[in-house]
Write a protein that binds this ligand. Structure first.
Ligand code: AGP
Length: 613
């Protein structure tokens, strides 16, 4: 989703802005632009398509300047055209914006009545004109911006420059992420710290409602727009900065292969041999003792992780657990229940729907005086969700750049299991034998995944049989029903093949009608007590001519035959099997997408972090 980079320096920053935009490409976008201030003029370039198009234009027109803002746009209001691309200009003011100005139509009408002419269909352009109008009476750019933000409804992060203020970058955070990168004699802004990592590892994370004024040598921050505050400068360590593709052709493949290590990291923070570390979620013990149920809120892949946790929570520690898609939860006025642990699961920690659901829950619980606790399972330590929940558990997966979630998902599963072990221990609902069994299995998991990755070449061969297909079904039972959903999501989002995931028991309640000679059906068949029932479902598919692609436990007894392809997956403890069975569906989707020639890391129409509704 849209990306912002900006900076104020002594040197020409055009290349820094372009590099920053390239590092945000993973978020998804359809046009790019920048504006630099040079000798009292706003120099602007915008291009539809990839950042390289913008880069060529900037080079060929020799656009340079020491103050500037840049943007990748993911179209919401108005088509992905050059005139809709940011920055938007009003006289000497230039603005880039992430998020949505919900009341832009009425603001636009007011501005048009004052004589402002709009050149785009975007909601953003109103901000440029509002600032220009405010500057007729305000005595500085900062004051002008401070005076207009109260008129804006919605979620936004803004970068604003003015040709007559050549050493001043104003930025606003309200509902969309924004960080300040602190340099030496130069300062920057970015919608994601990744954009700024080549130039600094020192960051200030703005709070909602902050307005900041950056010059080359100073950073002033105003809470709620006007109250001067100091925000801490945080230094990132080198591992967080490791975000290159290395030897891999795509980030997605790299991230699939990083899973053993990512899991090892996530597990190590919580376990000491077969025991939970004493300091692991120690601050949450009182709340865990008190809670009677869990409500998980998440979107997309993170929601699938939550679905698996529901099976685990109820079977393993006897704690009722609900899981719901955040975009539904936030709008259906759910009853907020006393003594509930509300858990947000999110790779980014910035997903608009999940964040809004969390905030709404907190507000409504406070209004009713309810005793709830909130928690985030997240991959980004500095994210809004981590900062706004009572407790958090980090998935130590490292930066995930590919839009398709892979290592974030499997580490979310490991983190959820660790969380449940902790709750189970605090509530004395888990036996010593279970604790030993599951912690042993967790430690063993990275090795089983390494062994599963050995089947990559086999999976590549099978993926060739999907290239011409239009549709595909994924089937699983129990904790592998969510893996079927996740497999279908992975395949559709990166290969653009229509795919559906089903609980195999639902087959004859509808989807069986779709099965014919042309329908590949992917089966997830771990060695568990549902295996015999799953085998019957496989018979039902075969009897209708469907072609089976089965990821089966090596002890399952399922063998290859005509139109039945089998990849043997190493045996794994049943509790943790969904983590391991994620790997073959990720690899299958990856290879099918590569063979179909799609943009694997940045699939069309999608963004890595969905920070608007
Ligand atoms: C899955 O591959 C997607 N990238 C998507 O479904 C993602 O999981 C969803 O947008 C939620 O993102 P989050 O985990 O950052 O909240």
């Amino acid at each position: 989703m849209c990306g912002i980079v900006g900076g104020v320096a002594e040197r020409n920053i055009s290349e820094i802005l372009i590099e920053g935009l390239k590092r945000l490409e993973y978020r998804g976008y359809d046009s790019a632009g920048l504006a630099l201030i040079n000798h009292g003029q706003v120099l602007r370039e915008r291009r539809v398509g990839k950042v390289v198009n913008l880069e060529e234009a900037v080079k060929s027109h020799q656009v340079a300047g020491t103050l500037g803002i840049a943007h990748t746009r993911w179209a919401t209001h108005g088509k992905p055209t050059e005139t809709n691309a940011h920055p938007h200009i009003s006289g000497k003011v230039a603005v880039v914006h992430n998020g949505i100005i919900e009341n832009y139509a009425e603001l636009k009408a007011d501005l048009q009545a004052l004589g402002y002419v709009f050149s785009s269909q975007t909601d953003t352009e109103v901000v440029a004109h509002l600032v220009a109008e405010a500057l007729k009476t305000a005595d500085s750019l900062l004051v002008a911006v401070q005076s207009i933000v109260s008129k804006l409804k919605g979620a936004y992060a803004l970068g604003i420059v003015h040709a007559d203020y050549p050493d001043e970058l104003i930025t606003v955070r309200e509902g969309s992420p924004l960080v300040i990168g602190v340099g030496i004699g130069e300062n920057f802004i970015g919608s994601d710290q990744l954009a700024l990592l080549p130039i600094t590892n020192r960051f200030i994370y703005l709070e909602e409602g902050d307005i900041a004024r950056l010059t080359r040598t100073s950073i002033e921050i105003y809470a709620h727009g006007t109250q001067a505050v100091q925000r801490p400068v945080k230094e990132l360590d080198a591992t967080v900065s490791n975000s290159s593709k290395g030897e891999y052709k795509h980030y997605m493949l790299k991230e699939i292969y990083e899973q053993p290590e990512a899991l090892q990291q996530t597990i190590s923070q919580a376990l000491n041999g077969n025991a939970l570390r004493e300091d692991f979620l120690a601050d949450a013990e009182v709340n865990f003792r008190n809670i009677e149920q869990i409500q998980i809120i998440a979107c997309g892949t993170s929601y699938h992780a939550g679905m698996i946790a529901k099976y685990w929570a109820e079977q393993l520690i006897d704690v009722p657990c609900q899981v719901e898609i955040a975009s539904e939860f936030r709008y259906r006025s759910p009853v907020i229940i006393n003594r509930t642990l509300y858990v947000c699961i999110s790779q980014s920690g910035e997903t608009a729907d999940t964040l809004a659901a969390l905030r709404d829950t907190q507000k409504r619980a406070a209004a009713k005086g309810l005793n709830i606790a909130t928690m985030t399972i997240c991959n980004v330590a500095t994210s809004s969700m981590v900062r706004e929940t009572d407790h958090h558990l980090l998935t130590l997966a490292g930066p995930e750049i590919g839009v398709a979630s892979t290592k974030a998902f499997t580490t979310q599963l490991a983190a959820l299991m660790l969380l449940l072990l902790k709750i189970g221990q605090v509530k004395q609902r888990i036996s010593a034998e279970q604790m030993t069994e599951i912690t042993d299995a967790l430690w063993h998991c990275p090795k089983v995944i390494l062994d599963t990755l050995q089947h990559n070449a086999e999976i590549l061969r099978l993926s060739e049989l999907f290239v011409e297909k239009q549709h595909c079904l994924f089937l699983g039972r129990g904790t592998h029903f969510p893996i079927a959903l996740e497999g279908a999501l992975k395949l559709k989002e990166i290969s653009y093949i229509h795919a559906e995931g089903y609980a195999a028991g639902e087959l004859k309640h509808g989807p069986l009608a779709l099965v014919d000679n042309d329908m590949p059906v992917v089966i997830l068949a771990p060695q568990d007590d549902m295996l015999d029932k799953l085998k019957s479902n496989m018979e039902e598919v075969q009897a209708r001519g469907g072609e089976l692609f089965i990821f089966a436990d090596e002890q399952s007894g399922i063998t290859e035959k005509d139109r039945q392809h089998v990849v043997n997956i190493p045996s794994v403890n049943t509790w943790l099997a969904p983590i391991v069975y994620s790997i073959p569906v990720q690899l299958l989707s990856y290879h099918v997408a590569v063979l179909r020639g799609t943009d694997v890391d940045q699939p069309r129409n999608l963004a890595k972090s969905v920070t608007v509704e």
